[in-house]
Design a protein. Structure first.
Length: 183
């Protein structure tokens, strides 16, 4: 076995790629880790590719990373937008080694002050996917929401998938293009 070959030490719920369906991977299942980005693992089994959440890294013999965000709030307790963008840069499509910001998938991000029912701040994100048929969309959006909610001052997050305008490769940042070998 190579250092990327592993045997699951316990049962985990994983997301099948590209369908986005939830599946149970049983203890003793042999996997090969293909990608470890954004705190999640893309693994190959005899039944295809799966995404295992970072919180289940121990099942792979990996150290579970801390989920804290070192950021301060702005005046009035508002979250720092730079901290939110930094968190979004920790979200990856499990098949592409570039974060969703550098892929050009995040169209807008704004912070809204809430007053009812309780005061706080909601982060609203509009994003797209590289292909309309991508079954991983809900998993990627949920990952983004979870990472945003870790930012101090954020009490709620809404990550919405939109298809307007349609995504194309020109939306990828220079850094993303370099990682993908496009320049």
């Amino acid at each position: 076995m190579t250092n990327r070959d592993r045997t699951l030490s316990r049962e985990v719920i994983a997301t099948q790629i590209p369908s986005g369906d939830k599946a149970t991977l049983h203890a003793g299942t042999h996997v090969m880790i293909h990608q470890t980005l954004g705190g999640a693992y893309t693994v190959q089994t005899d039944f295809g590719l799966f995404r295992i959440d970072g919180k289940d890294g121990d099942s792979l013999g990996e150290q579970v990373a801390s989920q804290t965000v070192a950021a301060s709030t702005l005046a009035g307790g508002a979250p720092d937008p730079e901290a939110i963008w930094a968190q979004l840069r920790h979200v990856f499509d499990p098949e592409i080694p570039v974060n969703i910001v550098d892929l050009g998938l995040v169209y807008t991000m704004d912070v809204e002050q809430l007053t009812d029912p309780a005061p706080g701040f909601r982060v609203n994100v509009a994003m797209t996917l590289t292909a309309p048929g991508c079954g991983m969309g809900p998993a990627i959006a949920e990952d983004a929401k979870g990472k945003i909610l870790l930012v101090p001052g954020v009490s709620d997050a809404d990550v919405r998938i939109t298809w307007d305008p349609p995504w194309n490769q020109s939306m990828i940042s220079e850094e993303g293009k370099m990682k993908l070998g496009l320049i």
